[in-house]
Design a protein around this ligand. Structure first.
Ligand code: GLT
Ligand code: MN
Ligand code: MN
Length: 394
């Protein structure tokens, strides 16, 4: 049975090779699913209605491959992607698995490790460009420490900056129209990871030489792990025109990085996130790919993996429809409009300072007791959100 929530390529849903390809191993037990090749994964993704596939260099090209093996693998993959009707909008570099990165990659204390990491990123960017990627994600999984005795955090941040300044300059010299999207995570696998949240990264970007080509790739799980709001992180990134990519999944607050099926935890958080991305509540829609960085439960076989992938996409579309209904609901509009009404144009007085506005502000009659007496009706508003989300209204 099909319905309007089944994914189609025009929804621009993407998955990483490492997501649907995750064979279910964890720190306590081995893989539970036979592994599938990148070519098989591409075929499966096309069948479930995805638009694109993303990859790390080593998801496709085994570490240590010779240049000729690498060329053969990339051209075979490209042919498979083309014949499946998919695309590769994003590529990334594995700067965390190999033991060489045990003390970090761009922030490792040993300058030779930093040089090796930058060169590995250059090779991965070349592969991304060859496959048509427009966005290069950087997740600094080993950029952190267990003990701050090991280095001064300010040195780490400086070395981090050096790497992005170098790579940004190199990309521009090649003449490639690429954007970098930096992904935060507060901890795991390191005790503390540098630039722990999207907010930290947004500031760091402003200190970079090629800041205009660098944005963020927030992930639901990584904001939720420490109990922060993904909606607020994404909104701040959008407000700064820095939402270059997004990692959609689900997470219970306080747990390890669970990478669960999108929307399967914190349905209300997912609802407000999709509402934000779709722009139904105001402002422009996010136009980039909707990327799922999640994997199927360890209980699943391969059928379960494709159920998982379909589930991510369907939930996104269901939430988009629910968000549109919420924002079209006259009672919702009425509460929001009443709450922000400004019949005396008082809001205009606050902004960049000038003496005339200041005088008007000073002259206003403002009665804090009367202002404080007004109930905001957010209980009703949130209940309306819940009823739309639960499908009993609109
Ligand atoms: C790794 C990590 C993800 C990142 C990937 C991109 S790698 O799977 O857990 O959150 O987005 O490097
Ligand atoms: Mn991610
Ligand atoms: Mn994650």
């Amino acid at each position: 049975m099909t319905d309007q929530f089944d994914p189609t390529p025009s929804d621009r849903f993407t998955f990483g090779l490492w997501t649907v390809g995750n064979p279910g191993g964890d720190p306590f037990g081995p893989a539970v699913r036979p592994s599938k090749s990148p070519l098989e994964l591409v075929e499966g993704l096309a069948q479930v209605g995805a638009w694109g596939v993303n990859l790390h260099d080593n998801d496709l090209i085994p570490f240590g491959s010779s240049p000729s093996e690498r060329d053969r693998i990339v051209s075979e993959f490209r042919a498979a992607v083309d014949s499946a009707g998919l695309c590769v909008p994003m590529a990334t570099t594995n700067l965390f698995s190999h033991p060489v990165f045990r003390d970090g990659a761009f922030t490792a204390s040993d300058p030779k490790v930093r040089a090796y990491a930058v060169r590995k990123a250059m090779r991965a960017i070349e592969t991304g460009v060859e496959l048509g990627a427009q966005t290069i994600v950087f997740w600094g999984g080993r950029e952190g420490c267990e003990s701050d005795a090991c280095r001064d955090v300010r040195d780490a941040i400086k070395w981090y900056r050096d790497a992005y300044d170098f790579l940004g300059g190199w990309v521009k010299e090649q003449g490639w129209d690429l954007r970098f999207a930096l992904e935060a995570k507060p901890n795991e696998p390191r005790g503390d990871i540098y630039l722990a949240t999207t907010g930290h990264i947004l500031h760091f970007i402003e200190t970079l030489e090629h800041a205009e080509m660098i944005g963020v790739n927030p992930e639901v799980a990584h904001e939720n792990m420490p109990g922060l709001s993904m909606v607020h992180a994404v909104a701040q990134a959008m407000e700064a025109s820095k939402l270059f990519h997004i990692d959609l999944n689900a997470q219970r607050i306080g747990r390890y990085d669970q990478d669960l099926r999108f929307g399967s935890e914190d349905a209300k958080g997912a609802f407000f996130l999709v509402r934000l991305l779709e722009g139904t509540g105001g402002y422009d829609r996010y136009e980039g790919p909707r990327h799922f960085d999640a994997h199927a439960y360890r209980t699943e076989d391969w059928d379960g993996v494709w159920d998982f992938a379909r589930g991510c996409m369907r939930t996104y579309k269901i939430l988009a429809a629910r968000a549109a209904a919420f924002d079209a609901d006259p009672e919702v509009r009425e509460i929001l409009e009443a709450g922000q009404a400004d019949p005396d144009s008082v809001g205009e007085l606050i902004g960049s300072f000038d003496a005339e506005r200041c005088a008007k502000l000073e002259a206003l009659e403002l009665d804090p007791e009367a202002l404080a007496a007004v109930g905001k009706r957010y209980e009703r508003l949130d209940q309306l959100a819940m009823e739309h989300l639960l499908g009993v209204r609109g």
